[in-house]
Write a protein that binds this ligand. Structure first.
Ligand code: PHE
Length: 340
């Protein structure tokens, strides 16, 4: 009997249990009621007293060995993450990757671009670190003019002045220097101003400016283009008005207001009870600006406009504090999943 036990022990040790099937075969062969080990216990009953003791101990050891191996293999198979190929259900739908969502300002920027691209505007880009000429002088800001103070910024170098651009109008200048009319472009980008941070102002924000220079471009083109934009952005019922204003680089200049979306013109906190919200600055490109860029103002005219992406977004999503856009608070950001 001892011989038998030894050989079964050897078999137990060398049995490969690498799959659930093999494990079941192992159980049937050695441990189950009709398996080898229980039948050895039956056999043992016929042995004499002395032998029974000796064989009993050997048998118990063997039983423990087999059960231990069974348990360990079972656990390992249960925990193993690599499922055998035949257990993967290929007909199940794919678990989708979790996608993030775009920042609300990016959503708005893309929507603005979409509207203007349909009108034939392309997207132009330029540097955020700019020299005085492209940011101010070429745009007809005379030295020491108070209009410069309204756009105070951060200077990187003085004399010659290198600064963080205060508007994306610098890209208008770069475009007109590089390209002959017709020019029909919009310029989205980040701009900087030296302002104390509050719910309504920040030291940086985002703009989209537009420029259209060609023969016979008139104020009516400006009006209709921006009216179309406002309708695409905020719906067909939106009303729009132009208020005379001043920018050194446009003449005449107008501030563009839209009817307040929150109170529908009745008057509320957002529109300061006027029923109107300012949305953009605009005007006909000043002849001096065209001249500064080598374009003959007798031959060509153009219009330009500029709007703050934060402001457009605020009116789309009713966000009242500008600081939320740059705080990176995930609870705020993850609310902007859908493009409306
Ligand atoms: N550049 C102006 C600003 O940042 C906006 C503007 C652009 C106004 C074009 C008129 C024409 O305030």
């Amino acid at each position: 009997m001892e011989q038998k036990i030894k050989s079964i022990e050897h078999e137990v040790n060398s049995f490969l249990v690498s799959s659930k099937e093999a494990l079941e075969n192992f159980r049937l062969k050695f441990i189950s009621k009709k398996g080898m080990i229980p039948s050895l216990f039956d056999e043992m009953k016929q042995a004499s007293g002395e032998e029974k003791k000796k064989v009993g101990k050997l048998l118990n050891d063997l039983k423990q060995l087999a059960e231990g191996k069974f348990k360990a293999a079972q656990e390992e198979l249960d925990n193993s993450s690599i499922e055998p190929a035949d257990q993967i259900d290929l007909s199940l739908p794919v678990v989708p990757n979790k996608l993030g969502n775009q920042h609300p300002l990016s959503l708005t920027r893309h929507r603005i671009i979409e509207v203007f691209e349909k009108l034939g505007f392309n997207v132009a880009d330029g540097p955020e670190i700019e020299d005085d000429w492209h940011n101010f002088t070429a745009l007809n800001f005379p030295p020491n003019h108070p209009a410069r103070e309204m756009q105070d910024t951060f200077f990187i170098e003085k004399n010659p002045d290198i600064l963080l651009r205060t508007h994306t109008s610098n890209v208008q200048i770069r475009l007109m220097k590089q390209q002959k009319p017709p020019i029909r472009s919009i310029m989205p980008g980040r701009v900087y101003r030296n302002e104390a941070i509050s719910a309504r102002a920040h030291c940086f924000f985002h703009q989209v400016e537009g420029l259209y220079v060609d023969k016979n471009v008139g104020f009516a083109d400006l009006k209709q283009t921006l009216y179309h934009f406002a309708q695409e952005m905020y719906g067909k019922d939106i009303k729009i008005r132009y208020r005379p204003s001043f920018f050194p680089f446009t003449e005449p200049s107008a501030e563009i207001d839209i009817s307040c979306l929150i109170c529908k013109g009745a008057g509320c906190n957002i529109c300061k009870h006027s029923g109107w919200v300012e949305i953009a600055g605009s005007g006909m490109v000043h002849p001096n600006v065209l001249k500064n860029c080598g374009i003959d103002p007798e031959e060509y005219t153009g219009f330009a406009f500029g709007m703050g992406i934060e402001r457009v977004t605020q009116l789309l999503f009713r966000v009242n504090d500008l600081r939320l856009y740059s705080e990176n608070d995930i609870r705020f950001l993850k609310q902007f999943k859908t493009v409306i």
